[in-house]
Design a binder for this molecule. Structure first.
Ligand code: C5P
Length: 216
């Protein structure tokens, strides 16, 4: 049978990272958070004082990206996410990151990748595609609670909701690889689900796909 490649896409703060990590652990597969690649490019540009909105300059940084710094925890912060979504609109940036992502996905045992365009562009042949969504309000609420839990006292739900919506618009409205579910993706709306329920639903999708394919 073909390797178990699992593509998990969806908008910001839908919980795909947490879900993808648990799915990867459960099926003993390597996991790649592809958002970190765009975040790292954005960070490098900011550090160098270059312009994140210049496609050619941003493309150069993406081609020269040092992939050994992806575990820097500050990459997961809000600022890096904003920069990431600005550099992610550029064709040269996306092209520079394709090879690394595809070779990760082509590991013989399979892999779990999460992002925006995994099921549509990076791994259109993935055995399982899950598109994780939740309403903008639910995602903003989760992010607000998370920040409060981390001890932040300057958290404003309305501002976070506006940011979530702005990010959705930029990710869905761009010309190259916009955020959208692949035709054959399973939609998983987590608005009413906690992480355990979302994880069980995702495993059902994966198990069904594995059984169906093994019967052929
Ligand atoms: O998933 P995460 O929030 O870390 O992604 C940060 C930004 O990187 C997204 O808002 C999106 O613009 C971009 N991204 C992308 N394609 C991916 C992963 C992330 O365009 N596969």
């Amino acid at each position: 049978t073909s390797p178990l490649t699992i593509a998990i896409d969806g908008p910001a703060a839908a919980g795909k990272g947490t879900l993808a990590k648990r799915v990867a652990q459960h099926y003993l597969l390597p996991y790649l958070d592809t958002g970190l690649l765009y975040r790292a490019v954005g960070r490098q540009i900011a550090l160098a004082g270059a312009n994140p909105d210049d496609p050619e300059a941003a493309g150069r940084f993406a081609r020269e990206l040092d992939l050994s710094h992806l575990d820097d925890p500050t990459l997961r912060g809000h600022e890096a996410g904003e920069l990431a979504s600005r550099v992610a609109v550029h064709g040269p940036v996306r092209e520079a990151l394709v090879t690394f992502q595809r070779s990760f996905a082509a590991r013989p045992e399979g892999a779990v990748l999460d992002g925006r365009d995994i099921g549509t562009v990076i791994c259109p042949e993935a055995r399982v595609k899950i598109f994780v969504t939740a309403s903008a309000e639910v995602r903003a609420r989760r992010r607000t609670d998370e920040l409060v839990a981390h001890g932040r006292d300057d958290v404003d739900f309305d501002r976070i909701l506006a940011e979530v919506r702005a990010r959705d618009e930029r990710d869905s409205g761009r010309n190259v690889a916009p955020l959208k579910p692949a035709d054959d993706a399973h939609l998983l709306d987590t608005s009413q689900l906690d992480i355990d329920a979302a994880f069980r639903a995702a495993c059902e999708v994966v198990d069904r796909a594995v059984v169906v394919l093994d019967q052929h």
